[in-house]
Write a protein that binds this ligand. Structure first.
Ligand SMILES: [Zn+2]
Length: 250
């Protein structure tokens, strides 16, 4: 076999391997750059959680082949501000998803969640799971703490309970929160509260999340009656498993 022919066969073998080994196209790079509402350290800290999610292609669409990445920056844009509760809740749900989704991809068509009615934690719950109070898939239970959730994979019924390890919650944040909510505070106290919350968030994303949260599987979880009345039935995920038609396969 001459050298040119051998080189050509090696090229074909390598090309064939590369093509067959190619994964589903990766998601486009996500925007995790610093901004006025998003300090650089929050995106670059070693344990800042991010989330790879799968949804459907359209209303009545099938599952997408590709995934999307949700960052803390995306959560802040949805929620409105960067707060301790947002980072804490994102960390708790990262731990829950790691337990429920072995491949690391969160199926947002297959989740429901129970949270308390916190402005911050409940927003994170809804965004990351795709669950909605108006469809009854996001139940509110104010007996739970701000970053405490029951997360259920609907197709399997597998449910996990996750909450903050009380040992890591800084007492000064709670003290400052109570002071503000009492109505007896100075303008400085608002700034001080933010400082404390951000410092707490910074500590959270600079150590393994497993050190901050407690998770357990819950057998035979009974879905609670929601305090928010259902307003309808979600229909836009019902066709996610329809097989590809041969002429539309992509
Ligand atoms: Zn908040």
């Amino acid at each position: 076999m001459n050298k040119i022919r051998r080189a050509f066969l090696v090229f074909l073998a390598v090309a064939s391997f590369v093509v067959t080994a190619l994964p589903v196209p990766a998601a486009a790079p996500h925007d995790d750059t610093a901004d006025w509402y998003y300090p650089a350290w929050l995106g670059s800290s070693p344990y800042s959680p991010s989330f790879q999610v799968r949804d459907t292609e359209n209303k009545y669409g099938r599952y997408t082949k590709q995934t999307k990445t949700i960052t803390l920056k995306d959560l802040i844009k949805f929620h409105g501000h960067f707060c301790g509760g947002l980072v804490e809740s994102a960390g708790a749900l990262r731990i829950a998803f790691d337990r429920l989704f072995a491949d690391g991809v969160i199926d947002r068509t297959d989740l429901r969640i129970v949270s308390n009615n916190s402005a911050c934690g409940a927003d994170v719950a809804s965004y990351l799971t795709g669950a909605r109070a108006r469809f009854g898939s996001h139940a509110i239970d104010n007996a739970l703490s701000e970053s405490e959730f029951y997360v259920q994979q609907v197709s399997t019924g597998r449910t996990v309970h996750v909450k903050l390890n009380p040992a890591v919650y800084p007492k000064e944040v709670k003290t400052q929160m109570r002071k503000i909510e009492s109505g007896r505070f100075e303008p400085y106290d608002i700034d001080r509260f933010q400082e404390l919350q951000w410092a707490y968030a910074k500590r959270t994303v600079n150590k393994p999340l497993a050190e901050s949260f407690i998770i357990r599987d819950v057998a035979d979880f009974v879905w609670p009656g929601s305090t928010c009345k259902d307003l309808g039935v979600r229909k836009d995920n019902d066709y996610k498993s329809v097989p590809q038609h041969e002429t539309s396969a992509r």
